[in-house]
Each structure stands twice: as C-alpha cells, then as structure tokens.
Design a protein around this ligand. Structure first.
Ligand SMILES: [Zn+2]
Length: 1002
C-alpha cells in the first residue's frame, strides 16, 4: 500500500515552493542522558519520557512551570535539526489566523526586517522555513543543519510570534491580508493583498471548493466547517482590529506547544526560551470550544455553484461530495482512527468492489476518497469528479450499498499485513525527518492532546485483530450508521466568473464614487506611502543579526564513492558500496531512443496503467499490490529525460524503475518486477485503459487549476531539449494523446493492444538496459548472482535510434483558465544569448529574488509567489497566483538595470550570506543508501562527485565584482525572453497583442 498511512493535511502556508526537507538518516542512538520525570530544567518540568524505536529517538515532554507552555524534545542523531512553535487557533472563514500566520513573519521588535521569512530563507543557513495554518492550529517550523543557527532561528521565530511588528504597524496587515489600492485619482479602485490572491487561487479549483462546501454543510452547527485559509469575499470583511483581537487571545505561552528535533543540546534552548520569552508572561486560561456536530434527522443535501467563464462546457462537470463527520478523534482514540484510516485506504484501491462499482455506474469520470484528520471530528469524503449533478442520490445509494456489502462479506485485508513490512524497510533505510516530526507532534498535540502518540504502532495492533473484523465494524459504526452526513453537489456555472468579476468591479466603482475628493487624495497618498515603505530594504545590520554562522564556518562534505562497472549476462551494471545491512537500492534504466514519438506516448500510457494497478500473467491486481508492498519498498516507474550535452541541445528519454529490496529476496523481487514490466495484462485494455484515462484526466484537471508546473514545462520546452521531452510526456500533448486514445480503445482495442505489445518488446531488452545498484558488498555478490535470472528472460535485439522533432510552444503564448488569478513563466537560453553557463547565476538569482522580485511582485504586487533561477542552460522566472502579470513582466525586465543600481551597496559579506543560504538547502545527507544511489544516478547523467564539488566552489566564489557582468547578461536575456501567461479569458483578450498563440485549458 503506497498510501499506507494517509495523513491528510489541509493547510495553507506562507510560501508554496518550499521543498519539504527530505528524510535524513538517523545513524544511531545518540549518547545523551534522559532526565527523570519531575526534574526541573530552566523553568520547565519533565512530565513524560519515552523511547521511539522507529525513529531511534528519546522523547521528553516538558511543561513550563509559570505559563504551562508545552515543549517536546525529540532527541536523536539527525543533524538536520528542527524547531517549531504552535498555537491552537479556531477556524474562521475570514482567514484571520492565516493572515496572522503571514503577518507575524513580517518583522519583530528584536529583528525588525521588512519580511523575516524571505530574509531568513535567502540569507541564513537554514534548510527549511515556513509557517502553516490548519483548521485548529497555526504552526511555525524552521530547520537547519547547524545547531548554532537553529538556536538563533528559534530566537527569531519566538520573537516573531511573541513580539511581532504587526501589533503596531497596520501596513503589514494590508500587505499580507487585503487593502484598497489607488495609483492616482483617475485610476480605478482596486483590492490587493497576498492572502487574498493566494486564496483566490486555492479556490480556483472546483474539487477543493467542493470539499470546502461539503465541510461547511456537514459541520453546520460548529466552527469546524469554516475554511481556515479564508474565503475571498469574507477576507474582505476582516479588519486590522479583529486581527489584533485574535492575536491577543491566542498567541500566548499558555496556548503554545514547541518541538525541538535532532542532535541538539536542549538545555541551551530551554534556557533561552525561558529567559528571553516565557518568563515575562503569567499563566492564562484560553478556552477553545470543542463542540461536536449533532446527528441530522435526515440526509443533508446541498447544491452550490462554481464560477467558470462564459462558453465553458459544463455538462457533466460537477463534483459530488458525500461527506461523513466521524466521532471526535479523542473519543475514537488512535486505534479507532487507524482502523478507519486502513478501511478507507482499502476501499480507495482501484481494485476494491466499491471503486469498481463507482466506475461501472458512470455517474462520474473519476472518483476519490479522502480522510482528513485536521478537524476534531475527522471527515471521510467520497468524491465523484466530472459528475452528472442529477446523479447525486444514486451516488449516495451506491456508496452505502457497497459499504454494506463490504461489512457483510468482509474486506480483503491481506494488504494490511503486507504493509507492516514497510516498517522494516523504513527502519533499514533510516527514516524520520525534521519537518515531518515537527508537524505530526504538533498536530497530535492539537487534536489529541497527546504529542507522544506513536500512531504507527497501531497498525500492528489492528493487524492482529483483523480476524475479529475490526475494519468492518469501523465502517459500520463510523460510516454506515453515522447520521452526521451531507451530500453536496458543486456545479459549474458558465459566465459566473465574468459576473463575479463585474460585481466586484461595480462594488469598487460604487465605493469610489461615494468617496469625497479628500478621501480619494488620502487613499492615493496612502497607496504611494505603502509603496515607498515597501521599497525600504532591510538594513545589513538587521540581516546580520539573523545569522549565527557565516560561510567560512560551513564545510560541505561529500563522501567519495568508488563506482564499479560490470557486464553481467550482457547487461551493464554500475554499483557502489553503501555501508548498510540487508537493504539495497536498485534502479533499472531503459534507454528509449529507439522509440518514435508516438511510441513514447504509448509507453508512457503503459507505465501509467501499471502504476494504477493491473493483473499480470502470474498475479491478480490485488496480488501484485500485496507482493509489491511486501517485497519492494517505494517502487516507482517513470519516464525521464537526459541531456546529451551540457548545452542541452539534444536529449533522450529513459525509463527508470527504482525500488528497495532486502538482499535475501533478489530472486523473488526480480521475478515480481519482470511480471509487472513485461507481463501486465494488456489484453484487458478496456478495463485498465479506461480507468487509467479517467485517473489521468482527473489529474490534469488539478493541474489546469494550478497550472504553474505545466507552464514551467512549456516555458522551458522553448529552449531546452530535455524539457521538450518532459513537456511532451507530461503536458498538453500527452493530454491530447490520452483523449484520442480513449476513442481508439473503444473503436479499435485490438490495434491499441498490438501497439502496446510491440513497444513493450522493443523497450525491455538487454542492449537498452543498465542497472544501478547500491548496497553492501556481500549483498552485491548475491545481486550479481541473481541478475541473470532477470537478464536471461530479455531479448538481445537492438533497435536503431529514432529521429523526430518534438512540438515547441510559441515564443509568446497565452493559456486561458477559469480563475481570477494569473500565472507567468518567462525563460531564456543562456548560451543562445552568449551568457556563460556558470553556477554563479544561482547566487545572482537568489539576490534578485530577495531584493527585487519578492518586494516588487509579492509584497507590492500582491502575487502569492515569485521566483527566479538559473537551471542548466536556462534562466527561468515564474509568478503564481498573480493579480497583475503586466506589472510582473515589467519588474522582471528591469533586473539588469536593478543589478547595476545595487552594486554600490553590496559587499562581499552580503554576497556570502546569499551563498550560505544556498548551501543551507544542499542536503548533507539523505541517508547512506540514498546518498550512494544519488552518486550512481549523477554518474549516469554525466555528473561526477568532483563536478558537484566544483559547482559548490563556483557558487562560493561569487563576488560583488561579478554583478556588473551579470547586469549585462540579464539585459541580454531580458531582450530575448519567451513567455507563457495564464489568465482568465477577459485578461488574455485585453492583452491579445502580446501573444503569438492562445490555447484554452478547459
Ligand atoms: Zn498563505
């Protein structure tokens, strides 16, 4: 079960691009003394201690004596350390807590930066920094690979939450929340604000809006149905005073819970927290209502509309969401919750009777089940996407009938037992990651009042009770007999998008007409003052105060690993030794140069079908899932692209199949992998093909409503050979292929089956294949001895490479979507514009992000996100959930000039801080076995360990002196940009001269 533990988090966050810290290796139990219960340390009293086997951590729960502030220490040897602070905050659809979450990181008394979060990310040695709002809590996590920096960062975060500038500066609320904007007396009045735009983007997606509607319907008498991110129209009713009231109520130590994670001297942290923050407070009682939603007399049925543009096809495009609010998780207990989690996971499998019946019913195109545990009463959603709105009741009847059958007949629960095996894998690989642990402990404290809860241990308990039908009785109690249930339909309404935009415009123009001349002048001045304030950058002194380590203190070590090359039974094997027991990581690479363009799409589809589950020659779909869950860990198959030269003017596609295997099971795992890759039952195309197409289309729809990834692929495909392949296989071309394939499967299935079989035979053969192996030397010998088992079954035929020209988007392209927010991607090739391919560019783009793009496009322009980067041979800039792409284009175009103007103010010390922030995000280790595999993959792609070191050295050598040169480079790049703009039909129409091509995404 890949989705073994579905821990669903519905949260909104400060920044969207932050990459979650990849898991770091926990090497061994650290030698550190666990205090005794009742011990007093720096004003805290030890309440509870425990040892967690799965993450090899000592856990210590403390309570602050004077304030009751809680603190959990998770001590282990992970050097990617983390700290977080969380407050319990009730959900409110005006987005109060969400705007507060943004605002407190807008500067504090001790650290008066203009926007702490971006200064932290861009100029200090941290690996992760963000802030998140959940329905019932707001949390602030930060991680660093330096203990000294983490102590400093914890101080910055604590000062942010306890002494934020938002308390005295309304402009921060106006920037992060919402404000009126008036450029001059003649201009139209406008709304702007980061959260306002962020949420318009969030709710630009019909499925997430439908889920939000369903929550509102099922929690009609409690606050749990409120959308804690905020609803755009309600955000506009929030005042600064209300925001401060909420802050004063909840941001208090008596309502806080902190976590400290990793290899740290916790006493130093406790000392600082007590002395500098908690000691000035006294205990306060903060009551947060925890009301249970009562049972309804009859099924609650509600219909909602969703705005889409005039002329959009709305037939069978509704979302039906059947939602159950189950018992309060405190009543249910973790065991009850895990039973529900496993029962839903089993019903959500493509092969379950419920899922099959849904597909047969043709009520909708695709279906989804989700369990959300961020509300006090978790919710279970059964969702039908692209549905016929008149079939809602049929959907309800079908789900109830099939759940009834499942309770009577019993579920196929073998998978639960197999999934226990993944704990053995995780322990062998080394799991546990700072961000995850901070998050889960905070959430468990929030909803359970018990941050020490070891939720994984309940799977074992439940597995032992499967014969007692625990999962079936959970379905019966929590779903079938549950009267707290709502059936909701969210229907798209064509033209409502324009109508809403018009109403907003009307409201604003009425507001402006009602203003006196003096009011108007005052607002123009206020807007100008806001912009002037926004233009002040953070002083070097303040920036310096955020740092505890400097570049010279940091050394990045890369373990030198020898790569061995063998040919076994005609197949090339590249291996490296990893210092682990039992476990190994294996990657099978198949070169796809022999496929034509069309064959490549077919292969992509075959891999998609496999990933969604198929019968094979020797196994049923369920057996495949059981065996992969038991024998292989983290199996993934995907088509990627590899550049043929540094300039990326040529590239070729490869298929990568990656998995972990224990050394005594190579024979079994090879047999399974062979069965899946070469013997999946293509003849059942009408079942698997149609199902897969429905799933792929549902996936595309999500992408169309947040199309930043799609736009980046397209933008890069204009200049990069590698991205031409990636875009071809993941973008609009593949979407079109899927549409026509659907018709072909109906009209001529034999032809599709034949094609797939021919392509499969062409791809999986010895000359195309290369194996990458990481594991210990004894295991490697066993692996080599087993490899012929697999290789012998493959043919030795080789095929010649195919030549083709992949589609390339227009230089200036517009994509139309049904959302009031906009997206922008601009791109240029370095070498084509005579800009050297140097890694110094990454430093320059970080400087541009912090000093130009974030202040002008996010903080002033209101776009939720913006980023520039140098990637291989490309310069790429993107904005998302933007409200004014023209402004963004103009800001981006000025980057050369901007670099020239800042040269007099820049020092090498400042440049070093940007370099250091980049080093902070270079993960020093993702675990021994993963590190070893990364070296092999790099080597396969033509990058050696020395290349990596040279890259870091080049980044490190960046100086102010380079800025002048880069100012010229930026000017050259800006003169030759290709771009993609994504916006509503009316916005594109208004600017149609800017585009060579316009494509509609619905
Ligand atoms: Zn946000």
């Amino acid at each position: 079960m890949k989705k073994r533990i579905i821990v669903l988090f519905t949260s909104v966050c400060l920044i969207f691009t932050a990459v979650l810290g990849s898991s770091s290796m926990v090497l061994a139990q650290s030698t550190f003394e666990v205090p005794q219960i009742g011990d007093k340390i720096s004003g805290f009293i030890v309440k509870e201690t425990t040892y967690d086997q799965s993450t090899k951590s000592d856990k210590i729960l403390l309570e602050h004596e004077n304030t009751s502030a809680k603190m959990l220490i998770i001590n282990n040897s992970d050097i990617n350390r983390g700290f977080s602070i969380k407050f319990n905050t009730p959900p409110d659809s005006r987005g109060t807590n969400h705007i507060l979450e943004h605002s407190v990181l807008g500067g504090s008394e001790k650290y008066p930066t203009k926007n702490s979060i971006f200064d932290i990310i861009n100029t200090t040695y941290v690996s992760f920094a963000n802030a998140l709002t959940y329905p019932n809590m707001t949390m602030y996590p930060i991680c660093s690979q330096s203990e000294k920096q983490l102590l400093k960062s914890a101080d910055v975060y604590l000062d942010a939450v306890f002494n934020p500038l938002i308390l005295s500066d309304e402009r921060i609320f106006e920037r992060e929340g919402w404000r009126y904007e008036l450029a001059d007396e003649a201009s139209p009045l406008n709304f702007n604000g980061i959260v306002y735009n962020e949420i318009q983007g969030n709710l630009g997606n019909i499925t997430s809006t439908a889920v939000s509607n369903a929550n509102r319907a099922v929690f009609s008498d409690t606050d749990q149905g409120n959308n804690s991110g905020g609803i755009p129209s309600e955000i506009l009713t929030l005042s600064y005073e209300d925001l401060l009231d909420t802050y004063n109520e909840y941001y208090h130590p008596s309502n806080c819970f902190m976590v400290l994670y990793g290899d740290v001297d916790y006493v130093e942290f406790l000392d600082m927290i007590d002395k500098d923050y908690l000691s000035s407070f006294t205990k306060k009682t903060i009551d947060i209502e925890r009301k249970t939603q009562g049972q309804f007399d009859k099924l609650v049925e509600k219909t909602y509309t969703f705005p889409v543009a005039e002329g959009t096809d709305t037939k069978n495009k509704s979302v039906i969401d059947l939602v159950f609010a189950v018992d309060d998780i405190k009543e249910m207990g973790m065991e009850g919750y895990m039973s529900l989690n496993l029962a839903v996971a089993l019903m959500n499998l493509e092969s379950s009777d419920l899922k099959k019946a849904m597909i047969e019913s043709q009520i909708a195109e695709s279906y989804l089940m989700q369990l959300d545990l961020t509300t006090f009463q978790p919710t279970v959603h059964f969702i039908a996407m692209n549905a016929n709105p008149n079939k809602a009741k049929d959907f309800y009847d079908l789900v109830m009938a099939k759940m009834n059958d499942a309770v009577k007949k019993g579920l196929d629960t073998n998978l639960v037992k197999s999934s226990l095996r993944s704990m053995e894998f995780e322990e062998a690989i080394g799991s546990g990651s700072a961000v995850n642990e901070l998050l889960l402990s905070s959430l468990f404290d929030n909803i359970l009042d018990n941050p020490m809860e070891d939720y994984l241990s309940y799977i074992k308990i439940i597995a032992d009770k499967l014969d007692e039908k625990v999962l079936e009785s959970t379905i019966k109690e929590q779903l079938l007999n549950n009267k707290t249930v709502a059936l909701t339909v969210t229907e798209p309404e064509a033209g409502l998008l324009e109508k809403n935009q018009m109403a907003l415009y009307q409201k604003l123009s009425e507001k402006k007409s009602s203003m006196s001349k003096a009011d108007i002048e005052a607002l123009v001045k206020k807007s100008a003052d806001f912009n002037a304030w926004n233009n002040e950058s953070t002083s070097e002194e303040v920036l310096k105060s955020l740092r505890a380590v400097e570049l010279k203190d940091i050394s990045i070590e890369m373990k030198n690993r020898e790569i061995n090359e063998d040919t076994i039974d005609g197949v090339k094997l590249m291996s490296t030794i990893a210092d682990v027991d039992e476990i190994s990581n294996i990657q099978l690479n198949f070169d796809l140069s022999c496929l034509t363009m069309e064959e490549l799409s077919y292969l992509k589809f075959y891999i998609d079908m496999i990933n969604y589950g198929m019968d094979t020659k020797n196994r049923t779909e369920m057996q495949v899932m059981n065996d992969t869950t038991y024998l292989l860990y983290g199996m993934s198959s995907a088509i990627e692209a590899v550049s043929d030269n540094e300039e990326d003017t040529d590239a070729h596609p490869i298929l990568k199949v990656n998995y972990y295997s224990f050394k005594d099971e190579y024979r079994k795992t090879f047999d399974l992998v062979y069965d899946i890759l070469l013997q999946s039952d293509i003849d059942k195309i009408s079942t698997y093909g149609k199902r897969t197409i429905a799933n792929i289309k549902a996936n595309y729809e999500l992408q169309f409503s947040e199309p930043i990834g799609l736009a980046q692929y397209r933008g890069l495909a204009y200049t990069s050979a590698k991205y031409q392949i990636i875009n071809y296989l993941n973008g609009l071309d593949y979407y079109n292929f899927i549409e026509s394939l659907g018709n072909k499967i109906t009209s001529n299935p034999a032809d599709v089956i034949f094609n797939l079989k021919v392509i499969r035979a062409k791809v999986f053969n010895k000359p195309n294949m290369q194996v990458l192996y990481a594991g210990d030397s004894e295991a490697l010998d066993k692996f080599k001895a087993t490899m012929p088992d697999f290789a012998d079954k493959l043919s030795g035929l080789s095929f010649s490479d195919k030549e083709y020209i992949l589609p390339r988007p227009a230089k200036r392209e517009a994509l139309i979507i049904n959302s009031p927010v906009q997206y922008l991607v601009v791109n240029a090739s370095l070498t084509e514009n005579e800009v050297p391919m140097s890694h110094k560019g990454i430093v320059i783009s970080t400087v541009l992000n912090n000093l130009l793009l974030t202040p002008e496009i996010r903080l002033r322009g209101g776009a939720y996100g913006v980023g520039a980067t140098f990637m291989d041979n490309n310069y790429l800039v993107y904005t998302y959930r933007d409200s004014n792409f023209m402004n963004s284009l103009n800001v981006i175009a000025a980057s050369g000039e901007f670099l020239n103007t800042i040269i007099p103010y820049m020092t090498d010390e400042m440049v070093e801080s940007y370099v250091m922030s980049l080093f902070g995000s270079v993960n020093q280790s993702s675990g021994e076995i993963n590190d070893a595999m990364e070296v092999l993959i790099d080597n396969y792609n033509g990058t050696s360990i020395q290349d990596r070191i040279d890259m870091l050295e080049e980044i490190k050598s960046t100086r102010v002196l380079d800025f002048g040169e880069y100012a010229n480079y930026m000017t050259k790049l800006n003169e030759n940009l290709n771009y993609i703009v994504i916006a509503s039909p009316s916005e594109i129409e208004k600017n149609k001269d800017l585009f060579d091509d316009v494509i509609s995404l619905d």
